[in-house]
Ligand binder design. Structure first.
Ligand code: CFM
Length: 472
């Protein structure tokens, strides 16, 4: 079937190019939705801005770094605390975000002085923190504030600090995806190669595109420890700023989120000759495959097989308990993009769940190639969906559960469809073997929870006798 013009899109027919319903026998040679293109005027996008992609997704995860947002306070507040990426430290990264708090006068007369003061205030306030990322935002980019020279001045005056500059205002691209790109390339240009790590194993990797959502990185770290693999840097789950300056010393880049961080893996390959190995870490089959691939690279296959056997022995029974009860359930996934291709076959293989609709906020066509290749026929594949499209696709596909963010989640709650936070998770972590059991448990609980059904009950009806009801 070709691309689909939904009923609600009759007034914005250009949306047809972004909605694909796959039928048996078709593959990605036939149809691919348009992706990574500007949102069509009239379509209320769910996307984030480019600055957000740099700050909230990647930079903000670093556990020992002041996040300095040069702009009005909203840019800082709205990219703070909305994602759960803990650290093994004091969770500085979750507690604080700094802003130069630009007001109208600074926009008119320039904000460089304001930024200079804010940077010094922040370093003075947190004397134990010596690292900082400074971000431009739309207003400060538009008025042409020279943040690089302010950063240079502060660096010269404070010998013990190191500062990274991200010049990626919200309007820099069509979605948060641009922010990933800018931060990746900026980091490899400005920071990689500056720190020499202590090498403790002959097997060294960077884990790229893990963000420690509810402890994903901790989950995988158990495996690396058991395998005797040293992680030089996580880019950027539970990471330290200086670890990420030492990425050039790993022997292998293990890439989880190829969308947000494939760029730096490619640059590390080009500049330092470090090979790139893409893996999936959600799902039993995929996680086992990832361990096998990494262990094969290092020639430690037996260690990998032992670990896989140990983890299967621990968790497979639990997974199968859920699988028996979840088989045939229908799921929709509406997140950024990569989780669509990471999850669709994983839930199908490991849990017997059918993914009936997927929407990507900012995936590129490369992501849709993977999503559609791994996805089923009869499934909707949508780029940058809007709210009305969600309603219509839900009515057509009737999923049991939706994995999405709180914004869309609140919408679907009104339809009494359970949602699970597909970004920050409900009760994660979800990566790794144990993590996938957590995902299955959250799915199971969501479908068994009576609350949404009760919320729809009309309690004005007179109570009927239990005896009568039982007799019916
Ligand atoms: Fe990568 Fe991510 Fe994702 Fe992403 Fe995101 Fe995310 Fe996501 Mo939310 S880095 S692309 S920009 S896997 S925040 S941890 S869940 S939309 S699919």
């Amino acid at each position: 079937m070709p691309l689909v013009l939904l009923e609600c899109d009759k007034v914005i027919p250009e949306r047809e190019k972004h909605v694909y319903l796959k039928v048996e026998g078709e593959d990605t040679r036939d149809y691919l939705p348009v992706a990574n293109a500007p949102t069509i005027p009239g379509s209320l996008s769910e996307r984030g801005c480019s600055f957000c992609g740099a700050k909230l997704v990647i930079g903000g995860v670093l556990k020992d770094t002041i996040q300095m947002i040069h702009g009005p306070i909203g840019c800082a507040y709205n990219t703070w605390h909305t994602k759960r990426y803990p650290s093994d430290g004091d969770n500085f990264q979750l507690k604080y975000v700094m802003s130069s708090d630009m007001k109208e006068g600074h926009v008119v007369f320039g904000g460089d002085k304001r930024l200079y003061e804010a940077m010094n205030d922040a370093f003075n306030e947190f004397p134990h923190i010596k690292r900082m990322i400074v971000y431009t935002t739309c207003p400060t980019a538009l008025i042409g504030d020279d943040i690089k020279s302010t950063v240079k001045r502060v660096t010269q005056e404070r010998a013990d600090v190191d500062i990274f500059t991200v010049e990626c205002p919200g309007f820099a691209g069509v979605s948060q995806s641009k922010g990933h790109h800018v931060l990746n390339i900026g980091w490899v240009n400005d920071k990689v190669g500056q720190v020499e790590p202590e090498i403790t194993s002959e097997y060294t990797i960077n884990v790229i595109g893990d963000y420690n959502i509810q402890g994903d990185t901790f989950m995988l770290q158990q495996y690396w420890d058991k395998l005797g693999i040293q992680v030089i840097a996580h880019f950027t789950g539970n990471a330290k700023y200086d670890d990420c300056r030492a990425m050039h010393r790993a022997k292998l880049n293990v890439v989880n989120c190829a969308r947000s961080a494939g760029y730096i893996a490619n640059e590390l390959m080009k500049r330092y000759g470090i090979p790139r190995l893409d893996v999936d870490t959600w799902g039993f089959n995929y996680m086992a495959e990832a361990i096998r691939k990494i262990c094969t690279f290092f020639g430690i296959e037996e260690r990998g097989e032992a670990l896989i056997a140990e983890e299967y022995a621990k968790w497979e029974g639990k997974l199968n308990w859920y699988k028996e009860r979840l088989a045939g359930k229908k799921m929709a996934v509406w997140t950024g993009g990569p989780r669509l291709w990471h999850w669709t076959k994983a839930v199908e293989d490991d849990l017997g769940i059918n993914v009936v609709a997927m929407s990507s906020k900012f995936g590129h066509q490369e992501d849709f190639e993977k999503i559609i290749a791994r996805g089923r026929a009869g499934t909707f594949y949508i780029d940058d969906a809007n709210e009305l499209e969600f309603y219509e696709v839900l009515a057509r596909t009737k999923p049991d559960v939706i994995f999405t963010g709180p914004r869309v989640g609140d919408l679907v709650k009104k339809l009494h469809i359970p949602y699970i936070n597909g970004h920050g998770y409900h009760n994660g972590p979800y990566m790794g073997f144990e993590g996938f059991v957590n995902l299955a448990r959250d799915f199971y609980n969501a479908t068994r929870n009576p609350l949404l059904g009760l919320a729809a009950k009309d309690i004005r009806a007179p109570r009927r006798s239990a005896v009568l009801e039982a007799a019916e």
